[in-house]
Design a binder for this molecule. Structure first.
Ligand code: HXC
Length: 260
């Protein structure tokens, strides 16, 4: 039986790519516990579905996501935040092993910007705005917004965004490395889907190892990262697809990948 969701929409997959839309338009896709749980659950189902190789995540035309749901947030005191299960849900989203591309139009604010940064690649419409406005509410980012933002855009811009709450445009996000590409808003999802389909055609084991190793760069020093890379490189030498890829090149034919 197909699982049904209240706060996200799973479109019919196209060429092994699953498009997921955040679906709380009445609250500008504010991230409730239910929405995050449904997203994590959907991604976990996709992780073990061999028919889906990559995911595109999008929000609305004017707002990708307006952050944590402030009605839910208001109900949590210090002990409530301490015992909150949301960090574990965010971790489930982060642990999705297949490529995840965020297609962002409009505002990606607070937890919305943090959700976009959980993706491996961000494609933004030229009207997109990224911000961590928690400071205006007496808070700070709480789902990786300090740690991931500073790694993505560097110290000075991350400090400016988090301390002042000012937003950056899609163009600034592109210039700073937060975003991979900027499109006209009508093309954001289409471009993200095309890119995801390109990745979906690559040998799945190599894609998975590449994502894993690239993300390790955020967690390790260079020497440990290089060792991790070499191990993954070595593991892939035992895969059918790696041998097929090299042989097909040498025999001047198209490779036939099996995902083994
Ligand atoms: C709950 C929200 C919401 C939010 C908007 N809404 N953002 N509800 N949580 N984060 C609701 C409004 O209350 C309103 O409901 C409806 O959505 C439309 O919002 P408006 O403000 O009227 O829309 P607009 O004028 O178009 O402005 C859009 C906006 C603005 C710029 C995105 O809504 C905004 O600034 N939102 C809050 C952004 C923010 O501060 N995010 C950080 C949250 S803290 P009604 O019922 O009145 O129609 C955070 C911490 C993360 O994310 C920690 C870890 C997860």
């Amino acid at each position: 039986m197909t699982q049904s969701y209240q706060t996200i929409i799973l479109e019919p997959p196209v060429a092994a790519v699953q498009l997921i839309r955040l679906n709380r338009p009445q609250a500008h896709n504010a991230l409730t516990s239910l929405l995050l749980t449904e997203l994590a659950t959907a991604l976990e189902a996709i992780a073990s579905n061999d028919d889906i190789a990559a995911v595109v995540l999008t929000g609305g035309d004017k707002v990708f996501a307006a952050g944590a749901d402030l009605k839910e947030m208001a109900a949590l005191d210090m002990v409530g935040v301490l015992n909150d299960t949301r960090p574990a849900i965010w971790r489930r989203i982060y642990q999705f092993p297949k490529p995840l591309i965020a297609a962002v139009n409009g505002y990606a604010l607070g937890g919305g910007c943090e959700l976009a940064m959980h993706a491996d690649i961000i494609i933004a419409g030229d009207s997109a705005q990224f911000g961590q406005p928690e400071i205006n509410l007496g808070m700070i980012p709480g789902a990786g917004g300090t740690q991931r933002l500073i790694r993505a855009v560097g110290k000075s811009l991350a400090m400016k965004m988090v301390l002042s709450g000012e937003f950056i445009s899609a163009l600034e996000a592109k210039q700073s490395g937060l975003v991979a590409e900027v499109t006209v808003p009508e093309m954001t999802i289409e471009r993200a889907m095309k890119l995801a389909q390109t990745i979906a055609q690559k040998p799945a084991l190599a894609v998975r190892q590449a994502k894993d190793v690239l993300l390790k760069a955020f967690e390790t020093d260079l020497e440990a990262g290089l060792q991790y890379e070499r191990k993954a490189f070595t593991v892939l030498a035992g895969s059918d697809d790696r041998n097929e890829g090299i042989n097909a090149f040498l025999e001047k034919r198209k490779p036939k990948y099996t995902g083994r």
